[in-house]
Design a protein around this ligand. Structure first.
Ligand SMILES: [Zn+2]
Length: 145
């Protein structure tokens, strides 16, 4: 598959992939950024060194569809759930938030209503584990076991 480098071809996809790659870098520091990959069937979202999984993007695809495609390739390539809610440890799914139309990663875990969304491009590394681990480490260090 050939990497689509021409930004003019579909600028929204490049912008969407920049946001998604930021989320990927924040949560999977080892992973390479997402790339738009071209073959005879169309444009896929995947990784330069690996290829892509799933279907080509429809011409009118916006950020949610690009996020869907990116997620499909990431899950296959990383061989684990991606992305994961930093707070709840649950798998996230792209959707438009009803209240404000924001493009978010949606988590079914407990939030203000039922579930909560994190705007695409603003994911952070999972903190609960490291916080808990550091608390445990501190207690052990203090002799509290
Ligand atoms: Zn959550």
């Amino acid at each position: 598959m050939e990497t689509l480098t021409d930004r003019d071809f579909c600028p929204e996809w490049h912008d969407a992939l920049a946001l998604l790659s930021r989320d990927l870098a924040a949560t999977e520091p080892e992973a390479e950024p997402f790339a738009p990959l071209l073959d005879a069937y169309g444009v896929f979202v995947g990784f330069r060194s690996w290829g892509a999984q799933g279907s080509p993007l429809r011409e009118e695809a916006g950020l949610p569809e690009v996020a869907d495609a990116a997620q499909e390739s990431a899950v296959e390539h990383l061989w684990r759930t991606w992305p994961v809610c930093p707070e709840h440890g649950l798998g996230l799914h792209p959707r438009l938030r009803e209240e404000d139309g924001a493009k978010v990663w949606w988590c079914g875990g407990r939030g203000p209503a039922s579930g909560h969304g994190t705007p695409v491009g603003t994911l952070e590394a999972r903190r609960t584990i490291s916080r808990r681990a550091s608390r445990r480490g501190r207690k052990r260090w203090l002799g509290l076991r």
